[in-house]
Design a protein around this ligand. Structure first.
Ligand code: ADP
Ligand code: ZN
Length: 296
């Protein structure tokens, strides 16, 4: 892979996750000079470690992209642009993440959600190349969705919160769900922690013929169907820990086709569906490369 935009700029990226931060510096996607991961603790300590990572490099970055957990204010021009806003994550509410990094490193900052970052990175270097209208979904500890429309990430009123869609219940499913706000929303029913809460063991330990997966396929396929109907993406990328269960891909593709029932006329949704609903192209680097891609 080669950078589309070759510059001599030194780029930084911070994948700011609720569990861990990943910092990187270099000329993405191939020439990454250094990467460091550390757990997300208090804002003070975590921001300090991020700044220390960049200060320890031979040269400071010219710009840093931050792809963050949320909720966050990603609307340029807003008074609290660059803040983590009302997160349930202890200590992080109203943290000026972008402002603090900008002040410490004296460089330009790009700031967006983790999933918008991943969508931008996949669009530039990964499985979404050439697709101006792209949907990126991650199913792991939570469910996140980022979308590009006409090549631009969607922000809107706040930013999309696709993980909290309400979906019809699967037949025979009486689980009360784990979302603290909505119980049985998508995130409450079809993420790693939801599977674990329901079946008592980590999702990765369940065999591929376990009933859990038929419920997961039910919720994921309704979510993808509704998002296709809403956004009309040219490709849907599905990543995150849960999607490492490769058997989910053919099952979700086939259920999406049966929910759509031939109504949306596009060969991508019929004979080309295997190239339409796909895993990420950047693998485990999607997050931090996405953060770097936000600067371009
Ligand atoms: P995060 O969401 O924190 O970025 P991941 O995307 O790896 O991290 O998601 C972690 C969740 O995914 C955990 O709940 C875990 O149980 C689940 N998970 C991780 N690997 C697998 C797997 N191979 N199969 C099914 N579930 C998995
Ligand atoms: Zn919810």
């Amino acid at each position: 892979m080669t950078s589309i935009l070759k510059t001599n700029a030194l780029l930084g990226g911070i994948e700011a996750g609720g569990t861990k931060f990943v910092c990187a510096i270099g000329d993405p996607p191939d020439d990454i000079h250094a990467v460091e991961r550390f757990p997300t603790t208090t804002p003070e300590e975590t921001i300090r470690r991020s700044v220390d990572f960049f200060r320890a490099q031979p040269r400071l970055p010219d710009s840093v992209g931050i792809a963050t957990f949320g909720p966050a204010d990603v609307r340029p021009g807003s008074e609290t642009y660059g803040f983590i806003t009302g997160t349930p994550k202890a200590g992080w509410s109203n943290t000026d993440l972008a402002g603090r990094i900008r002040q410490e490193l004296q460089c330009s900052i790009a700031f967006d959600t983790d999933v918008n970052g991943a969508a931008v990175g996949e669009h530039r270097w990964g499985a979404g190349q050439g697709k101006q209208n792209l949907l990126y979904l991650t199913i792991g500890t939570g469910f996140g969705g980022g979308a590009l429309v006409n090549g631009q990430p969607i922000h809107g009123l706040v930013h999309p919160e696709m993980g909290h869609l309400s979906l019809p219940r699967a037949e025979g499913d009486d689980f009360e769900g784990i979302c603290p706000f909505h119980g049985t929303c998508l995130e409450g029913m079809a993420t790693g922690p939801a599977i674990q809460a329901r079946f008592g063991v980590p999702a990765e330990s369940l065999p591929s013929d376990h009933i859990a997966w038929s419920f997961v396929v039910h919720y994921l396929s309704y979510a993808v169907t509704n998002l296709i109907l809403t956004l009309s993406p040219e490709r849907v990328i599905m990543g995150g820990g849960v999607m490492q269960q490769e058997h989910l891909f053919p099952a979700v593709r086939s259920r999406v086709q049966s929910h759509l029932n031939g109504y949306v006329q596009a060969r991508e949704l019929t004979r080309e569906i295997d190239q339409y609903i796909v895993p990420p192209g950047l693998g485990s680097r999607a997050g931090v490369l996405g953060a770097m891609a936000l600067t371009l």
